[in-house]
Write a protein that binds this ligand. Structure first.
Ligand code: ZN
Length: 233
């Protein structure tokens, strides 16, 4: 194999690793977004639990106000009853008082039921918050590991870049632009092996003189179809 082609192969190996690292790095923001997204369901549960609790508390407040208003009415009716001298009016006011007291009784029963329900809803809300906190811990761990990975990739990129620059410097300047152009346009594969007289890059059959040139390895041989630099595998 031509010495320059051998050197290009090593350079290509480092450049391909750099391409793959760049791809890995590009994916990390998506991984991070996906990790953050895991909180959405838990946020929704907390919100739903909170809404149910607030609604129930409002209901309780309304019933307390209703009961309070009836108690005030009862007081007023009792004063009227005390002040009246007419027997039938006394009786009618008494009936009113009984009716209101019965309503107050019913409202107070409802209050007790609601208080019990509020206790349950508070517990459910707390549980939803605890679950969310647990998820948040997991997400924080995920994100920390994603960021560590990002750091590792960047470090590896710096190391390989330094190495590849050194390798590139040792290759004749006449070949380097061709190599770069092929790397860019041929899917990151500028130097391809020849298999059974075919180009390992585009798989087209090579003409006989190219096959011989690759086999003897005395000059730079290229696929006449895709232009890749060839070497005997
Ligand atoms: Zn080819």
């Amino acid at each position: 194999m031509l010495e320059d082609v051998r050197a290009l192969l090593v350079l290509q190996d480092r450049d391909r690793r750099l391409l793959s690292l760049a791809k890995d790095l590009e994916k990390l923001p998506q991984d991070e977004a996906r990790a953050q997204g895991k909180l959405a369901a838990d946020n929704k549960s907390v919100q739903t639990a909170n809404e149910a609790l607030v609604e129930c508390e409002l209901q309780l407040k309304r019933i307390e106000l209703d009961a309070g208003a009836r108690k005030t009415t009862i007081q007023r009716l009792k004063v009227q009853q005390f002040e009246t001298r007419k027997n039938d009016e006394y009786q009618a006011l008494g009936n009113e008082v009984v009716r209101y007291e019965k309503e107050v009784d019913e409202l107070e029963t409802k209050e007790l039921e609601l208080m019990e329900k509020i206790d349950q809803l508070r517990a459910a809300h707390k549980e939803a918050e605890a679950k969310r906190a647990k998820t948040q811990v997991l997400i924080n761990e995920d994100i920390a590991s994603i960021r560590q990975r990002s750091e590792r990739i960047k470090q590896e990129q710096a190391e390989i870049t330094a190495e590849r620059d050194q390798l590139a410097a040792a290759i004749p300047e006449s070949i380097i632009p061709l190599y770069h152009r092929l790397m860019k346009t041929k899917d990151g594969l500028a130097v391809a092996p020849m298999h059974d007289g075919k180009c390992g890059g585009c798989h087209m059959k090579l003409i006989a003189s190219t096959v011989v040139a690759v086999q003897t390895g005395k000059e730079l041989a290229r696929c006449e179809d895709c232009g890749r630099i060839l070497y005997a595998d």
